[in-house]
Ligand binder design. Sequence first.
Ligand SMILES: Nc1ncnc2c1ncn2[C@@H]1O[C@H](COP(=O)(O)OP(=O)(O)OP(=O)(O)O)[C@@H](O)[C@H]1O
Length: 273
Amino acid sequence: MTVQQPLIRTAAPHTHTTAPVDATKITVRDVNVFYGEKQALDSVSIDIPGKAVTAFIGPSGCGKSTFLRCINRMNDTIPGARVEGRIEIDGEDVNDKSVDPVILRAKVGMVFQKPNPFPKTIFENVAYGPRIHGLSSSKSELEGIVEASLKKAGLWGEVSDRLHQPGTGLSGGQQQRLVIARAIAVQPEVILMDEPCSALDPIATARIEELIDELRQQYCIVIVTHSMAQAARVSQRTAFFHMGKLIEHGSTEEIFTNPREPRTQDYITGRTG
Ligand SMILES: Nc1ncnc2c1ncn2[C@@H]1O[C@H](COP(=O)(O)OP(=O)(O)OP(=O)(O)O)[C@@H](O)[C@H]1O
């Protein structure tokens, strides 16, 4: 196959592409998802590494968000949705009857397209999770968790003097970092991001991308993005979906420079989309 020059360039190797990725964190085998009679995902199997960013790309409606929601059982909340197959995190079946979805969703945090802070103060947005999950035994411990989470989300410097003002008063990019701090506060292992920058301007987007690059040192991150440039910039692994099927996955560099499948090639070169 003749491989054309890619339209999208992956970031310089020192930032990620040649960095070794960690061992498998999430194991997915033969996952099918149905909404009523309609099948949205067809026999998806993939191993997702820990301490790395995996990007899900593909045309609109191919099932990226549906698959992301399988990982923390958010599809359970959609009437008529049915998930088959096996998804394990560190060898534990997320769909096992013994798994409490509330605890699972703390371990597997989620960030959505539109920042969704609670209508509470900045402090309360971050403190809420640790409080309900019993992660702190004193006020000062809780304050410590809030500060550490806001620092990890790169927001502390901008909000430390107004912690008791509403979270909704922040800019879109700050709100998205607040939501990330809220996820971090309950000690997640995996962070799922569903087009986290699509409502943000380029500067706020760049700030979130930098943050994602920092967070991957500590967390398994899975990001759905419509921007192939973003996938190339932030991820070490990329998975290409098309019409409910996982067509191809591999290192981001490979997928963007030398895809095995013509459908991947057509998508990344902009011939389909
Ligand atoms: N709640 C739902 N009820 C019924 N069908 C749904 C629901 N959510 C998604 N679907 C369908 O499942 C398929 C996959 O949708 P999904 O949102 O996962 O795709 P996507 O790749 O994330 O799309 P996009 O890039 O546009 O966000 C689509 O055909 C969609 O219409």
